[in-house]
Design a protein around this ligand. Structure first.
Ligand code: NAG
Ligand code: NAG
Length: 147
C-alpha cells in the first residue's frame, strides 16, 4: 500500500516534469548533423546497434557528445530537441530523437558541451541544413517507438 503510493507519486512527479514546457526542464546546447540523406552518420558506432534503421529507430537518431553520452547509459534514450534563438534558420516545433552513438571527440563533442550530432533528416525537421549548426533546447523524454 505505502509502496504503491510512493511509486504512484514518483510516476506523477516524472509526468509533471515531462509536461513542464516553459523553459523549465530544458537544457541548452547545440546541434549539427552528419551523414547523407539517411542516418548513415550515426550508424553503428558506440552503442553497437548496427544499422539503426533496421532496429526500428527510423532516421530520427542522434550521436551524443561525451557529456550527454554518460558512458553509454544514454544509448537508446530519447531526447526532445528544438532549435532556438536562430530566427534565420530555425524551423518551428520539436523532434524526438533516439541516441544511437557517441559523437567523435574533438571540438563540439568534448566535455562540457551538450552537443547533438543529428542525422540529416532529423536536423532538417528543426532547422534548415544550410545553418550547419544551431543552438537548441533539449530534454530527455520517454521513448515512444513504433514497432
Ligand atoms: C538565447 O538567447 C538568449 C538571449 O540572447 C540567451 O540568454 C540564451 O542563453 C540563448 N539560448 C541559447 C540556447 O543559445
Ligand atoms: C521523425 O520525427 C518527426 C517529428 O516528430 C516525425 O514526423 C517523423 O515521422 C519521424 N520520422 C521517422 C522516420 O520516424
Amino acid at each position: 500500500m505505502g509502496l504503491t503510493g510512493i511509486i504512484l507519486m514518483g510516476l506523477l512527479l516524472m509526468l509533471s516534469s515531462v509536461e513542464a514546457y516553459d523553459g523549465g526542464g530544458w537544457d541548452s546546447g547545440h546541434a549539427t548533423f552528419s551523414g547523407g540523406g539517411g542516418a548513415s552518420g550515426t550508424m553503428g558506432g558506440a552503442c553497437g546497434y548496427g544499422n539503426p534503421d533496421s532496429q526500428g529507430y527510423g532516421t530520427n537518431t542522434t550521436a551524443l557528445s561525451t557529456a550527454l553520452f554518460d558512458n553509454g547509459l544514454s544509448c537508446g534514450a530519447c531526447f526532445e530537441i528544438m532549435c532556438v534563438n536562430d530566427t534565420q534558420w530555425c524551423l518551428p516545433g520539436t523532434i524526438v530523437v533516439t541516441a544511437t552513438d557517441l559523437c567523435p571527440p574533438g571540438g563540439l563533442c568534448d566535455p562540457p558541451n551538450q552537443h547533438f550530432d543529428l542525422s540529416q533528416p532529423a536536423f532538417q525537421l528543426i532547422a534548415q541544413s544550410q545553418a550547419g549548426i544551431v543552438p537548441v533546447f533539449h530534454r530527455r523524454v520517454s521513448c515512444e517507438r513504433s514497432g
